[in-house]
Design a binder for this molecule. Structure first.
Ligand SMILES: NC(=O)C1=CN([C@@H]2O[C@H](COP(=O)(O)OP(=O)(O)OC[C@H]3O[C@@H](n4cnc5c(N)ncnc54)[C@H](O)[C@@H]3O)[C@@H](O)[C@H]2O)C=CC1
Ligand SMILES: C[C@@H](CO)CCC[C@@H](C)[C@H]1CC[C@H]2[C@@H]3[C@H](O)CC4=CC(=O)CC[C@]4(C)[C@H]3CC[C@]12C
Length: 369
């Protein structure tokens, strides 16, 4: 990636490239990375849509593999210039065991780092999460904070614990000598709640609203702000960070960046209504319909039922003590660090992001009828 080799075509690897965010990163690279020569898409489950990408000018290599298998990761990383590591087990509902979450998110990330070191890959962008910071177990608000805002990050849930550990591994690996003698350059991007085309929870809320005759019921006060960011902008930020890591290694290496764009600050439910409203749903109640103590009780009941039923069946509803705490605690970011460090500007305006998401919800909802 030296200046003298401007014309050199680069090999990129995207882990988790068939997931919600990963697919957007893959498509964004193909559209917006002129130096791309080969794109390796590594995932445990490969999507059929990859086939259509194989007919374009860039060589697209689909690799079915597991990040917890070090040899599979090393084979995929070999001779890649850049790795974008988005693969992860996103589970805050108790579907997977804490051990599995740790294995995929922490050991998987360790395998990616070691593969870079062994094979001589120098540039690694890691998809971290706002959850690395908070909300914490004490429910402290994080109000329009930035990467330097002091906050007591205390985790107990396996998902944020695993993301925090993995992020630390990535940042500590910055500067390690890779095969060939040059230093590894790493950075971590921390999206808040991602929305956009492919967002399964949004689709589930839409279907639930349709089942309830077009109504959704407010559970969270409108005053609780929850940070959201459009998937296309998160993908764009990954592409830009990956592109700029070499030129700005001294500045960007070992840094964290929140992912942000022009999406408005709203409560989780009011934000969802920006898309679900135009699709015909209504949110009932200016205030939560149930008292908070009752929600806490229902969330605890769900957790108990999950535990009791586990030997028989997987019971994993959206509401549990952890998701309630996240939805009910203000967590929003206000920063320009990515702009200052690598020239990031959102590619999609809020209006574009909103329109694209609405069109997707409508299509996803109607295909479910
Ligand atoms: N969805 C969100 O709101 C946010 C997500 N993130 C992070 O973004 C990343 C992507 O998340 P999403 O796209 O939402 O999730 P997703 O579940 O849609 O995508 C994750 C991808 O990783 C793959 N994967 C899982 N385990 C694997 C393994 N052992 N080996 C290889 N591939 C494996 C899955 O098959 C999937 O394609 C994750 O690292 C997540 O922690 C961060 C902040 C917010
Ligand atoms: C109490 C319910 C009433 O309608 C609403 C429950 C919504 C929850 C399922 C979601 C609220 C906030 C979400 C999380 C948040 O956006 C941050 C996240 C970051 C990640 O890295 C992974 C996903 C998630 C934990 C996200 C998961 C779903 C919510 C808890």
């Amino acid at each position: 990636m030296a200046d003298s080799a401007q014309a050199q075509k680069l090999v990129y690897l995207v882990t988790g490239g068939c997931g919600f965010l990963g697919e957007h990163v893959v498509r964004m690279l193909l559209q917006r990375e002129p130096r791309l020569g080969e794109l390796r898409v590594f995932d445990r489950h490969l999507g059929p849509w990859l086939e259509e990408l194989k007919t374009g000018p860039v060589r697209v290599t689909a690799i079915q593999g597991d990040v917890t298998e070090a040899h599979e990761v090393a084979a995929a990383v070999a001779r890649a210039h850049v790795v974008i590591h988005t693969a992860g087990l996103v589970d805050v509902f108790g579907r997977a065991s804490p051990e599995t979450i740790h294995e995929v998110n922490v050991q998987g990330t360790r395998n990616v780092i070691e593969a870079c070191v062994q094979t001589g890959t120098r540039f690694l962008v890691y998809t971290s999460s706002m959850e690395v910071v908070g909300p914490n177990t004490k429910g402290h608000p994080f109000y329009r904070g930035n990467e330097d805002t002091l906050y007591e990050a205390v985790h107990r849930h396996p998902y944020p614990c695993s993301k925090a550990l993995a992020e630390r591994l990535v940042l500590e690996a910055n500067g390690r000598e890779v095969h060939g003698g040059l230093p590894l350059v790493t950075c971590a991007l921390r999206p808040t709640g991602i929305y956009g085309e492919g967002h399964q929870i949004m689709r589930d809320f839409y279907r639930q609203g349709l089942r309830l005759g077009g109504w959704l019921f407010r559970a969270i006060p409108a005053s609780v702000e929850h940070g959201r960011v459009y998937v296309g902008n998160v993908a764009w930020m990954h592409v830009l960070a990956a592109r700029e890591l070499e030129r700005r290694a001294a500045l960007m290496g070992g840094q964290v960046y929140f992912c942000y764009d022009g999406s408005p600050y709203k409560s989780y439910e009011d934000f969802n209504m920006e898309f679900l409203g135009p699709c015909g749903l209504q949110l009932v109640g200016a205030r939560p319909l149930l008292p908070y103590w009752l929600l806490v009780f229902l969330a605890a009941l769900n957790a108990l039922l999950q535990w009791l039923l586990r030997p028989l069946v997987l019971y994993a509803p959206l509401l549990n003590p952890y998701t309630l705490a996240v939805a009910n605690t203000t967590f929003t970011v206000s920063t320009d660090k990515a702009q200052r460090h690598f020239g990031y500007e959102p590619l999609f305006s809020w209006e574009d992001s909103r329109t694209r998401t609405i069109l997707w919800v409508q299509a996803a909802g109607s295909s479910a009828q």
